[in-house]
Design a protein around this ligand. Sequence first.
Ligand code: PEP
Ligand code: MG
Length: 587
Amino acid sequence: MVEGIGASPGIAMGKAFVIPAWEWDFPEKMIDVADLAYEFERLYDGIRCSKTEIEHIKTEIAALIGEEESTIFDAHLAILEDPIFMNEVQSIMQRQYKAAEVAVREAIDKFVGMFDLLDDQYMKDRALDIKDVGNRLLKHLLGKLEETALPLDQPYILVAKELSPSHMAHLDLSQALGLVTMLGGKTSHAAIMARAMGIPYVLGLEGKLQRPIQTGDYIIIDGEEGVVHINPDAKLVEEYRQRKQKWLQLREKLQELADVPATTTDGFTVQLEANISSVKELDQVILNGASGVGLFRTEFLYMDRDSLPKEEEQFEVYRQVAVRLGQKPVIIRTLDIGGDKNLDYISLPEEENPFLGYRAIRISLDRKDLFKTQLRAILRASHYGNVKIMYPMISSLIEVRQANQILEQAKNELENEQIPFNRNIEVGVMIEVPAAAIVADLLAQEVNFFSIGTNDLVQYVLAVDRMNESIAHLYDPYHPAVLRLLKHTVDAARRHRIPVSVCGEMAGDLRAVPIWLGLGITELSMSIQSILRIKNSILQSGQAESAGLMDELFACKTSEAIVEILNRHLRQEMLAKSCTGGEQHGT
Ligand code: PEP
Ligand code: MG
């Protein structure tokens, strides 16, 4: 058993498909000058075979998945035709008399190293493409490894070094039973997307495997416990089969709660809303009985394309969400790129600390054109439903005022153009930067609502990069400092009579339920797949009891002590009386 980090719950069992990131082991072979021509012939042969193979895969993907997905392989073909890459290989051979495979490996290492150095996820992804193509070429030069067929016709567990948000957007994961990556964090956007899609995911296996997982290995992953079993014995397979069965049954039971309000045993109701990033998720939003969309991450609309989405296109998407949700609220968050989310067509500066850099509202206030287009689209959609606007990564009142000024301009423009919209649209802010939490009393006087983004708040308060798995143990939402900031924010909102919700991943963590109830939070927004489990827990909890727990929690000096108390109050698995007619238990 290998212990990683559970990033998306559920059990998956099946054969592994490893996105190739092979490390080759072969000697530094030199060649004779006389053999140079032959060596070049070998290289060109290898390139030809690799190209034919890529073309073949491309055609297969186009037929089985779709034209769009198959274009990924155009990039691979382009690398094999890239003069800079090829010149590097040829010059190593010509000047240093190294064998073709040695030259190819050196060229791959050089370019991958260059891309990897850039603190830019998009460039890191390109490094993965080069590695992939290079490895294919090496395979043809060395002729040693078996070709790994893409598992288009059968389900598999995808294993990769890492998955970026753009990977998740690109890859057709319809056959993926589960995901395993060596790198990544629980609140990385790949993890968030996996949860949204209901795909079990374990990450953070770097340095923990005795040998790399190989395509075809039978693996079991438990996304709840964060463990991976590689080639387990029959007894363990049977045990997990039963566990999986139970888990599926639990999910079925939970489904019965979809239309039940999330009300505690003493009558306190919480609105459970969904975090979404595309219209594709709307069916799931409805199916899981969400009482609204508490966070629409719009940046994914800007990803996976070559230019900014036009106002009309954005409007259409926002309108669809608004119409589908009817009178239920839809909180549309303005563009939050930077950090681990980049756009190919906007050159973001290279930064040492992208999470502390040119990000989110900072970009919007700098690129007013881009911001106003988005605001106009959101405003126009507000005519069709209960739409609200939310600004990400606010750190001062000045930023709110500047953003509101642009919003005002957008409103005036629409008015002049006689385009209908809701002039009284509510405007809120994410509380995800410690400064915003600290001055929550000031912000509360000028906005309509708060939504606490615990993913970023935790990383900034604790100075722990949410993407870095080597310090993942320090990323601690239950740190006393986080609890104090949460309470400080909620108190400020209450004093100024504005609603406050929580939309970070912590909102969907069962252990946190007593905290939300204890603080009197009436709105939580989370990954769609968490809604019914949290509801089940709320149905079994008492608000007064949770409020009573708060003193105990605030008296704790360590997060271990806090988690211990929360674990004692976990309400899960056993379904509420209203649903099963059975007994109510904590587990
Ligand atoms: C957060 O930071 O908690 C949040 C919800 O925003 P994101 O995860 O998109 O940064
Ligand atoms: Mg955030």
